[in-house]
Design a protein around this ligand. Structure first.
Ligand code: SAM
Length: 207
């Protein structure tokens, strides 16, 4: 489960994902090959992480990934040698061989997530879109209700410090406010939590 997600015919200009493969392999080992899994990825870029999830975890029948991205990059990407004019095209070519197992939603996560049915649909949410603190916090809060009880939320870039507004404080705020709703699984460069079942009076939603 430690392949680096590159097959012939795929094209990637950056590799921000490979350093996370060792811990994600351990974290997600129990999900590998389970049929009918549903993952949500916020921030897919050229699809390197998407392809790894598909090749290494979502190998069971009927398992899918939903990808949300503006395909416009982020402020910190200026100066990188990336094919911005056709970023979505690059992503789509890289995931083409997985067919209908990949659902692509182009748009800002704050808008897209608000438009998604508020039901516990996903086994994993991977938060790696905008790195602005307010956006990271919003991505976590808006996608939490979409995560199944027992599902895993992974935040990338907890220790990233290239800009003043950065994911770390947003992830700390999320962890503090939702403290009684998850079990902490991992906290290094990435942070991973498992959603707990909540007890509560009938008729109320504790998500
Ligand atoms: C760091 S890259 C994702 C990298 C990818 N997960 C990987 O590991 O290969 C961040 C992506 O988030 C997207 N993005 C930035 N702000 C966004 C927003 N507000 N909503 C949706 N996507 C956004 C960018 O277009 C970019 O493709």
């Amino acid at each position: 489960m430690d392949g680096n997600a590159v097959s012939s015919g795929m094209s990637f200009s950056q590799d921000w994902f490979s350093p996370h493969i060792p811990h994600l392999s351990r974290l997600l080992a129990g999900l590998r090959g389970v049929p009918g899994l549903s993952f949500l990825e916020i921030g897919s870029f050229e699809g390197r992480s998407t392809v790894w999830f598909l090749q290494q975890v979502l190998t069971g029948a009927g398992s899918t990934i939903t990808c949300i991205d503006t395909f416009r990059g982020s402020a910190e990407h200026s100066g990188l040698d990336v094919g911005w004019d056709d970023l979505q095209g690059t992503f789509r070519r890289n995931v083409d061989s997985f067919g209908s197992r990949v659902r692509v939603i182009e748009g800002e996560s704050a808008v897209v997530l608000r438009g998604m049915p508020r039901q516990e649909a996903f086994d994993l949410v991977y938060v790696d879109g905008s790195h602005q603190a307010t956006d990271v916090l919003e991505d976590g809060v808006l996608s939490w209700p979409l995560l199944k009880v027992g599902g895993i939320m992974v935040f990338d870039d907890y220790l990233w410090r290239m800009m003043e507004s950065r994911p770390g404080p947003a992830i700390d705020a999320f962890l503090a406010v939702y403290a009684d709703r998850y079990d902490l699984l991992h906290k290094e460069y990435q942070v991973a939590v498992r959603k707990r079942a909540m007890d509560g009076p009938p008729g109320r939603h504790f998500d």
